[in-house]
Ligand binder design. Structure first.
Ligand code: AMP
Ligand code: MG
Length: 421
């Protein structure tokens, strides 16, 4: 059976990122947050656009003030007042200064700003009470960014700082990668949707809702295909449809060794290549990963052969395998050029953590910041993969490598950090 690391490598190797020509769309800047930039951005504007003041104070010629002190201040004539947004008219001559405010354009002739706190003004004269450094508090044109050079590279996620940069560069519309399309369906005769009265033996199809939420959080578009009975004909129909409309297909259930677990057999009958059938992970061992051959029907909507994940049925296993394997795959597919691998942190464990040592074991819980150090608190209650109740509020998974049966309280543990954007 495959180790978790080997399975991860196989999966990431199978993922073809979206195409930077075909798989892009243009969005308005206000709709661009958390999208992935598809084309590098260059600006024709310098930043700053012109020399401006970083302080409220006085724009001066350095040579006029280089020996100033409280005892022997230079005394300069104020010839102009320059608020932000105003274009100065005068050129500062020897013995002159301009009153200037933060962000305002430096007047010609001046090269240095003396902060207001180091001056005293009397009518139209300013007394300079200290010697500034040459060019102090001047933000020079193009010192932050030079026009025509690359402002932002392709393949980055647009968060607030990037949106601010794009706004400053007057990019009103942007090319971003389209959202990856992820088809979701659940398999099982026992499943019903949330609005149905439960009959004996039935359970709510919580996986469909959980996976849809996970897919949305990942920035991809969930395509909800509903519940499919443990019936080979119905399953074949939905799988054929799913691979025709999606980049990634996520089914849950039906991949174990039970008599009603048909998913692998149907994938084989559809000439899928099955890359993974099981992984040494707990929870989540019965995990199927397959690629399907591209057909004309697929090519019309999908530029590469879709990746199929047959996730286990148990709700705990669904979340763990999604976070560990599916999320990095979606991120790589999305066009992000880096940071799609899972983020592991070394933290202190608050609780005793146990495993049978036979599989890489993931225990869910919460990271708390204690005196500036992260501490992992295992969720109380059963860690059975069938128990979803104590998964609520999980923000990290503690990882016990194969062979490790015990981590004692206060010992170091590696955790998979969830929800890190
Ligand atoms: P299976 O792998 O299909 O045998 O499913 C394993 C376990 O997960 C069974 O107890 C199922 O009832 C449960 N299960 C399967 N699918 C879902 C689902 N969509 N939502 C909640 N539980 C499920
Ligand atoms: Mg089932």
């Amino acid at each position: 059976m495959l180790s978790v690391g080997d399975a991860e490598a196989i999966i990431l190797n199978l993922v073809q990122p979206l195409d930077d020509q075909r798989d892009i769309e243009v969005v308005d800047l206000l709709a661009a947050a958390s999208r992935i930039l598809a084309v590098p951005v260059t600006s024709p504007l310098d930043f700053p656009h012109w020399d401006n003041s970083a302080m409220d104070g006085y724009a001066v010629r350095y040579e006029d003030v280089q020996d100033s002190s409280a005892e022997q201040p230079a005394i300069l004539e104020i010839v102009e007042e320059i608020p932000a947004g105003y274009q100065p008219k005068s050129t500062i001559q020897p013995g002159q200064a301009a009153r200037i405010f933060t962000g305002a354009v430096m007047p010609a002739g001046a090269d240095t700003v003396v902060m207001q706190e180091k001056t005293r003004q009397e009518e139209n004269r300013v007394f300079i009470l200290d010697t500034p450094k040459p060019q102090e508090f001047v933000r020079h044109k193009a010192s932050f960014y030079q026009a025509g050079t690359q402002l932002l590279p392709a393949g980055i996620k647009l968060n607030a700082p990037e949106i601010a940069v794009l706004a400053a560069a007057q990019c009103q519309q942007l090319s971003v990668y389209r959202r990856p399309r992820v088809a979701i369906f659940s398999t099982g005769d026992e499943l019903v949707s949330v609005d149905k009265l439960l009959q004996p033996g039935q359970i709510v199809d919580s996986n469909q809702y959980a996976i849809a939420a996970l897919v949305k959080e990942s920035g991809a578009e969930p395509l909800i295909l509903g519940i499919v009975k443990d019936d080979p004909v119905a399953l074949e129909k939905v799988i054929t449809h799913a691979v025709a409309i999606a980049d990634i297909v996520l089914s849950s259930g039906g991949v174990s060794v039970g008599d009603y677990d048909y998913v692998d057999k149907i994938l084989e009958s559809l000439r899928a290549k099955i890359h993974i059938r099981a992984v040494q992970i707990k929870p989540g061992k019965p995990l199927t990963v397959a690629t399907l051959p591209s057909t004309d029907a697929i090519n019309r909507v999908c530029t590469h052969s879709p990746l199929y994940f047959g996730l286990p049925g148990n709700p705990g296993a669904v979340l763990v395998t999604f976070w560990r394997f599916v999320l990095p795959a979606i991120k790589k597919l999305s066009g992000i050029t880096e940071a799609w691998e899972p983020v592991f942190l070394k933290v202190r464990s608050h609780d005793e953590l146990r495993s049978d040592g036979k599989n890489e074991t993931y225990l869910w819980g919460k990271l708390h910041l204690i005196d500036g150090i992260y501490e992992f608190h295992k969720a109380g209650g059963s860690h059975s993969s069938g128990n979803l109740i104590n998964l609520a509020q999980t923000n990290a998974l503690a990882v016990l490598p194969m062979g490790k049966t015990l981590i004692s309280p206060q010992e170091e543990v590696q955790v998979l950090q969830l929800f890190n954007g």
